[in-house]
Design a protein around this ligand. Structure first.
Ligand code: AMP
Ligand code: TRP
Length: 327
């Protein structure tokens, strides 16, 4: 039996290098040896203000991009969260055994809510229980995510353990899998802030669908410092971030990278990095164009994904409902 992997990405905005390096590439790395389930989490995307048409469009775009990155539907089950209503059913059941204190400790919530606490939707607060439901519904072993989601996967473990303790051994307790390089790619315009889909700066991120010209401009303008020399030093966050992207995409080690750039400057590094990034995303863009030219194919992949997940969903929900006294 292969170990089961589950992960997801929100369809809000364009997928960027952080999503690719922190998440998608690590899903691709183990496709053969795992039982893979990947989801576009459109119900997480409604926890903040959004536009329904943009969500509909973004969801399809995300599915096509998943496939364009190499997530072959023959090797994984791809689907959209809202197409399987049991995600929200299980989320409610788990919400009822999740203490408020656990959710109040979530750093992502604290960061996102800021001073708007009175006004944000309850869904933003309960968001991690929906994520726990996504993972636990499939009896997942491994959850490959970027560093920012580690706390949510740990919370999922706590919720699963609490459930099993209260109602009997029903749920598999999952593990977070965090990449060694690139678990937290920073904004190119601000190396102290995580690269994120919601940031508004024009030169903040490189999206997987950016044109070569845009990629060059964004990387050439990346914020660094006024020091000299290309060394892998976390104390120089702007430079370190560029080198991390370079390292993740080339597979070279720190020493090799430093030797390669010995005697060179930031301009040389940025020029070369831009070409490395472009070489990585151009084939993805070509496949994306092919895939989006045939919308019926994407619909078919999604419908098949749901069909192939049905038996797992029914088995987990049957066991959960019985254990909780609803059957
Ligand atoms: P999101 O864009 O929040 O839906 O994130 C989808 C996946 O990408 C999750 O596994 C995140 O941990 C990962 N991710 C998002 N932003 C970054 C980043 N800046 N660096 C590394 N991983 C990221
Ligand atoms: N919350 C995750 C994020 O914003 C996305 C997500 C939702 C997810 N459900 C998941 C990731 C289940 C892994 C497993 O990045």
């Amino acid at each position: 039996m292969k170990r089961r992997v589950f992960s997801g990405i929100q369809p809000s905005g364009h997928l960027h290098l952080g999503n690719y390096i922190g998440a998608i590439r690590n899903w691709l790395a183990n496709l053969d040896s795992r039982d893979n389930i990947f989801c576009v989490v459109d119900q997480h995307a409604i926890t903040v203000d959004y536009d329904p048409d943009a969500l509909r469009e973004g969801t399809r775009q995300a599915v096509a991009l998943y496939m364009a990155c190499g997530l072959d539907p023959a090797q994984c089950r791809l689907f959209v969260q809202s197409h399987i209503p049991e995600h929200t059913e299980l989320a409610w059941l788990l919400t009822c055994i999740t203490p408020m204190g656990w959710l109040e400790r979530m750093t992502q919530f604290k960061e996102r809510v800021g001073p708007r606490r009175e006004r944000v939707g309850t869904g933003l607060f309960a968001y991690p229980t929906l994520m726990a439901a996504d993972i636990l519904l499939y009896q997942t072993h491994e959850v490959p995510v970027g560093d920012d989601q580690k706390q949510h996967v740990e919370l999922t473990r706590d919720i699963a353990e609490r459930f099993n303790h209260k109602f009997g051994e029903v749920l598999t307790v999952p593990e977070p899998v965090i990449p060694q390089v690139g678990a937290r790619i920073m904004g190119l315009d601000d190396p102290m802030a995580k690269m994120s889909k919601s940031a508004t700066g024009h030169h903040h991120s490189v999206a997987l669908l950016d044109s070569p010209d845009k990629v060059r401009k964004t990387i050439m303008r990346a914020v660094t410092d006024s020091q000299q020399g290309i060394v892998c030093d976390p104390q120089r966050p702007g430079l370190y971030n560029l080198l991390t992207i370079y390292q993740a995409l080339t597979g070279l080690g720190h020493a090799e990278i430093e030797t390669h750039f010995a005697g060179k400057g930031y301009g040389d590094l940025k020029k070369e990095l831009a070409e490395v990034v472009i070489a990585e995303i151009e084939p993805i863009q070509a496949r994306y164009r092919e895939l989006t030219a045939d919308p019926a194919y994407i619909d078919e992949v999604l419908a098949t994904g749901v069909e192939r997940l049905r038996p797992v969903v029914d088995a987990t929900m049957d066991a959960v409902r019985r254990a909780m006294g609803h059957r």
